[in-house]
Design a protein around this ligand. Structure first.
Ligand code: MG
Length: 388
């Protein structure tokens, strides 16, 4: 049965008419509800366009067919919307949260974030998830009346997946759940899980394409093993490429189906009256079945060792680390080496927070770079033959 269109919201779904609002009050839009408007603001943001040139696992210039941060984001959005519609949750909010979830990522994927976090160790650290919130709350500069995108509480709640106690205290109502150990609304829970479904599945495809993983290895795992066998037995003469696509497609479908059925059962048992009842619970209501959770974990563990720790990925990660660390040290040492608007920001943040303010301005500049911009900027700074 095809589920009904968004609009028939379950009582526990996020309702834009009952949003907890924006940091800066604004008039309602004429044709769009508050969450549609959030989604649209995210799509028009500069940070969203940069996702196209940021690494997911493989650096942009390694090949045209690998996932980028942008295509990863679109896949997360697609998966989450399917589940949201099947459960009568708010599809607009789900879309807004998923499209924004990786806006704070540094260039060069996790290697970039780890390097920047190490650089910022004495100045509050760097965490891409908090940075996504910083992008939508402060760093985007497009509106006359405020910095940031002035998104609703619900979208910001969904963007902030994890948060340490210190940062949570500073964030007020948005940080409260991390101190009280409760959960966000269902759309936010869903976005988080859809992220995992997306990368576990597309990293299998990308890893095979890059020749870093083999079908043989994957056949030894429960979820891909079962599905490779199903596809082979139905289509014994299928080409390798189609065998992989067909299996990855079924991996996504199996996980999505499992989340819908399991979550439906949890919702029927818990019967939360509204989104606040969802938020006050100590347990998450959107989840895999125990069996799927175990298969999902097995695959994640495998990918961690076989793909993310592969020596070719590791070499690129080390290069990324040297690039990020080199840029950071040079700019902190002399912020006037940054383009004027970033130099100005470093002066204002330094006036408020001394060395930590200067370092934060440098981290914001570096985190906003695409892979190729960071590589170019490194060349411009360190290669004496390069023009500035
Ligand atoms: Mg992601």
């Amino acid at each position: 049965m095809i589920s009904p269109q968004a609009g028939l919201l379950a009582p526990y779904a996020a309702d834009p008419a009952r949003s907890q609002g924006r940091r800066h009050p604004e008039e309602q839009a004429l044709y769009r509800n508050a969450f549609q408007r959030d989604r649209d603001r995210i799509i028009h943001a500069a940070a969203f366009r940069r996702l196209e040139y940021k690494t997911q696992v493989f650096v942009n210039h390694e090949g045209d067919l690998f996932r980028t941060r942008l295509t990863h984001t679109l896949e997360v959005c697609q998966i989450a919307r399917t589940i949201a519609r099947a459960l009568n949750l708010n599809e607009d909010l789900t879309e807004a949260v998923t499209l924004a979830h990786d806006l704070g990522h540094t260039p060069f994927g996790h290697a970039g974030q780890d390097a920047l976090n190490a650089c910022m160790a004495d100045c509050g650290g760097f965490e891409h998830n908090l940075q996504s919130l910083r992008v939508v709350d402060h760093l985007e500069q497009r509106y006359a009346q405020f910095d940031g995108l002035n998104l609703t509480f619900e979208t910001r709640e969904g963007i902030l997946k994890h948060c340490g106690a210190d940062a949570a205290r500073e964030l007020g109502a948005l940080g409260r759940r991390f101190l009280e150990r409760t959960h966000p609304g269902l759309e936010a829970q869903l976005a988080n899980l859809a992220d995992e479904v997306a990368y576990n599945s597309h990293d299998v495809d990308d890893g095979l394409r890059a020749g870093l993983l083999s079908i043989d290895e994957l056949e030894g795992l429960q979820l891909p093993g079962r599905l490779f066998a199903d596809v082979r037995s139905t289509y014994p003469t299928l080409s390798r490429r189609r065998l992989i696509y067909e299996t990855v497609r079924r991996m996504i479908a199996a996980q999505v189906g499992d989340i819908v059925t399991t979550t439906q059962a949890s919702l029927e048992a818990a019967r939360p009256a509204d989104i606040d009842a969802v938020r006050s619970r100590p347990d998450a209501l959107v989840h895999f079945s125990d069996a799927m959770q175990q298969q999902h974990r097995e695959l994640k563990h495998f990918l961690f060792h076989a793909l993310y720790r592969h020596y070719r990925v590791h070499r690129m990660a080390e290069k990324a680390k040297r690039t990020i660390t080199g840029l950071f040290d040079a700019f902190v040492d002399d912020p006037a080496l940054m383009p004027p608007q970033h130099f100005q920001r470093s002066r204002s943040l330094e006036a408020m927070d001394n060395a930590a303010g200067r370092a934060r301005a440098v981290a914001d500049y570096i985190a906003g770079m695409t892979d190729r911009y960071a590589i170019d900027e490194y060349g411009r700074l360190f290669d004496p033959r390069r023009l500035t």
